[in-house]
Design a protein. Structure first.
Lengths: 255, 530
């Protein structure tokens, strides 16, 4: 065989193993050609509970996710070197978090506690209450644009976990406000922590975790699209909002 | 002398037990004579997944408690439906391992392991739904499309037949079906542009006896339902175990979607025999009749369901609750459409015509920008088993309510690569849900509905004790009253359930078992104070 033919074959074989090609061959069928999601969850969102960095992603791909369609990929299928490239490619699919948060951090932190009274519902690194979501790592989970919307127009930013097909939802990752009436006539409002055909678990207005069997309840009213959080559009000035957002974007968890 | 004679009855008993270890075709045909065993995928060839065991009843099921748990240590979805023979359970694990478990304790008594090649193309994760048994052999299909025969007593491999090339996208996930001297097996791969088939093998030699192609080749009837060369990648997978009528000597097998799934532009026509029920001559594999539920499917609505064989007076019928949203009653001798009814949410038709053909609504096929349709690509129901109870005359089916946005795209066919022709998505702000529904078997009319939180992935079993057992995606294994749907008992297994329940006896006590997460759970009533 001509040497140039061998060289061409070698080039083709190499190009066939680019991260992009590996992604298209092994991932795109379920996660979409651009990571937009399909049978499997989207990979291009700013938020992911499971994947925080390249090492976590590589480990997940090697193990698979038991109980789901996500298979384990053995080194015979995707070698270690190739997997590192693929992981970088997948993480690169994420909506690039713009550095939209240009305000002053310290002032933002102060506004969070004083003027905003955010800690009456939210907690950061163990400080504050728990009737609303814990925001200790919100800057890692959400991009600044989303955070701004959540503050000025909370209901439009309610996170919706039903956009992609899921085989199972072990813990709902949306924040659903529910009102419960017991057979005894008690009414309890709170956020849903979990639910199945027989029971529901909520966190009530005092931050307590409550569990109810559905057989004990006369009504479970789900407030889709509703949030107990007020809009802060008229509470903060434009520069105060920038500062608050800079603070929220800086919350990356305690790792 | 006396002592020697005393040995004879012992030897005779041992010989009888050895003979019982051999599971004859007649034993499986007459499964109702030994209700404490579970000898084929749905317990009986009629697919009903009904147990005549009646120790556990609607009145006492509230006292059911865990007997044992077997952990598999295998990733993937644990979908096995155990075979149970004289107190021993035979299960497949997600990656394809096989184990025999003591039904009293859940302790393994032998294991068979075979490492599949790493470059598999199984569309939907490592899964295996169970085995068939005949004689002294267990039959299991593999993700790399082999059919294996394993020694029932020892777990050693007896023969290994290559069904087809896994590298082109084929896999075997369904439990085979064994009767007479044959074992039948179907293939998965409808998302990889395969051409589907049902195969029959000689149980002694592992040699193929016949093959029925679900997509007819040139010159065969039905071939003209495919434009140009589209039949070559036409799909029509066969990944769920069929039912069998020994009196008619007909096998009934459901077929999967045409390929590519969501783009029908290059495969104009009805695309026979995809999304159909095919009735095959058990001896030759020749087609006796077919009924197509979804002609020219563009939504991935495989008709891979266990058909329920039920007699209505003198009329032999076959009942199918289909992924496309409709329930069908067919004559199982002729294939004639008798009755149809909608049993779940659908937005793609205005109903069925007098022949049972869906009347499509205009503008509901996938577009390049996407269109929302109920049901989504997982359908109103899916592969998990329905059940029929002769006690109530009701068909029980696990129902999903979940739309999808279907879009189509042009995709080239590359052997072994995903060949979907589109990219369906969930619908924002619509929380998918589901329920268990009981339908009048003759009419499909809804009798009761038990709501579930999420769409189910688990099948159902009805019992002579008046109980329906099922599982939820939140991991609840539960019992409902067969007549009213009232919840009677539930147990949190702690992981989603993708499996069908079975029931059997150990030392005369009724057990029920289900796979959940990576474990198999068995339950029984307390030994005292039953």
């Amino acid at each position: 065989m001509q040497r140039w033919v061998l060289a061409l074959i070698a080039c083709l074989a190499l190009s066939a193993q680019t991260p992009r090609n590996l992604y298209q061959a092994h991932c795109a069928g379920c996660h979409g050609a651009s990571g937009e999601g399909s049978r499997g969850p989207a990979l291009n969102g700013a938020a992911s509970q499971r994947i925080t960095d390249s090492a976590a992603l590589i480990s997940l791909v090697r193990r698979g996710i038991p109980g789901t369609e996500m298979p384990a990929f053995a080194p015979e299928t995707i070698g270690d070197e190739q997997l590192r490239g693929l992981a970088a490619y997948v993480l690169g699919l994420r909506a690039t978090a713009r550095d939209g948060a240009s305000g002053r951090l310290g002032r933002g932190a102060e506004l969070f506690r004083s003027k905003g009274k955010c800690i009456t519902c939210h907690r950061v690194n163990g400080d504050g209450h728990t009737s609303g979501p814990d925001l200790s790592d919100i800057g890692r989970l959400r991009d600044p644009e989303w955070l701004r919307r959540a503050v000025v127009e909370p209901e439009s930013a309610l996170y919706d976990s039903f956009g992609g097909y899921r085989w199972t939802i072990l813990i709902p990752d949306n924040y659903l406000f529910v009102e419960i009436t017991t057979r005894g006539g008690d009414r309890i409002a709170g956020s849903r922590l979990n639910e199945d055909a027989f029971s529901i678990q909520i966190r009530d207005g005092e931050g307590r975790i409550r569990s109810f069997l559905k057989s004990e309840l006369s009504e479970v009213r789900k407030q889709w699209g509703k949030s107990p959080m007020p809009s802060y559009r008229d509470v903060f000035s434009a520069s105060e909002l920038d500062d608050l957002l800079a603070y929220l974007a800086s919350l990356r968890g305690s790792r | 002398m006396k002592a020697q004679w005393a040995l004879v009855p012992v030897i005779a008993v041992a010989a009888t037990q050895a003979a019982w270890g051999q599971v004859s075709a007649e034993r499986i045909r007459n499964a109702d004579r030994e209700p404490g065993n579970w000898l084929t995928y749905s317990r009986t060839y009629n697919g009903q997944r009904y147990t005549p065991l009646a120790e556990i009843t609607a009145a006492n099921v509230g006292r059911l408690r865990a007997a044992w748990t077997h952990q598999t240590q295998q990733p993937g979805k644990f979908e096995t439906s155990p075979i149970v023979i004289d107190g021993i359970l035979y299960i497949t694990e997600p990656g394809g391992e096989v184990a025999a478990l003591d039904g009293r304790t859940g302790r393994p008594v032998w294991r068979f392991g075979r490492r599949p090649p790493p470059d598999l193309h199984a569309c939907c994760g490592a899964a295996n739904r169970g085995m068939a048994v005949l004689g002294d052999l267990l039959f299991v299909g593999t993700l790399d499309a082999h059919l294996l025969a394993i020694d029932l007593q020892t777990g050693k491999l007896r023969w290994d037949s290559v069904v087809t090339d896994y590298r082109a996208g084929h896999a075997i996930t369904a439990a085979p079906l064994a009767f007479d001297d044959k074992v039948l097996v179907g293939v998965a791969g409808g998302e990889f542009g395969i051409r589907g088939f049902v195969d029959a093998y000689d149980v002694r030699t592992g040699k193929r006896v016949w093959r029925f192609w679900t997509v007819p080749g040139p010159g065969e009837p039905g071939h003209d339902s495919w434009a140009n060369d589209s039949w070559k990648t036409g799909g029509g997978s066969t990944w769920i175990t069929g039912s069998y009528d020994p009196a008619l000597r007909i096998v009934y097998w459901g077929t999967g979607n045409p390929g590519p799934d969501y783009n029908g532009d290059d495969r104009k026509g009805d695309n026979l025999y995809t999304c159909s029920l095919v009735a095959l001559d058990a001896d030759t594999g020749r087609l006796r009749w077919h009924f197509q539920f979804t002609p020219h499917d563009v939504n991935d609505w495989d008709s891979t369901h266990v058909p329920l064989l039920v007699d209505e007076g003198n009329r032999k019928q076959v009942l199918v609750a289909n992924r496309n949203g409709f329930y069908y009653v067919l004559d199982r001798v002729t294939g004639e459409f008798i009755h149809g009814a909608q049993f779940g949410k659908q937005t793609w038709t205005s109903g069925l015509d007098s022949k049972g053909r869906p009347i499509r609504l205009a503008g509901m096929e996938p577009t390049t920008s996407g269109i929302m349709v109920y049901p989504g690509f997982h359908g109103v129901t899916n592969w998990f088993s329905p059940s029929y109870s002769p006690l109530t005359g009701l068909v029980y089916v696990a129902v999903r309510e979940e739309p999808a946005i279907f879009s189509k795209a042009k995709e080239p066919y590359v052997p072994g690569q995903w060949f979907g022709g589109g990219n369906p998505k969930g619908v924002p702000k619509v929380e998918p849900t589901g329920s268990i529904r009981a339908l009048e078997h003759a009419t499909g009319k809804l009798v009761w509905d038990f709501p579930l939180k999420s769409p189910p992935w688990a099948g159902l079993m009805s019992t002579a004790g008046g109980v329906i057992f099922g599982g939820s995606s939140e991991g609840m294994f539960y019992a409902l009253d067969a007549s009213s749907g009232k919840p009677l008992w539930h147990y949190g297994t702690g992981a989603p359930i993708f499996a069908n329940p079975v029931s059997f006896t150990v030392n005369g006590r009724q057990h029920v078992a289900i796979a959940a997460g990576n474990a198999l759970f068995a339950f029984a009533l307390p030994e005292t104070g039953r």
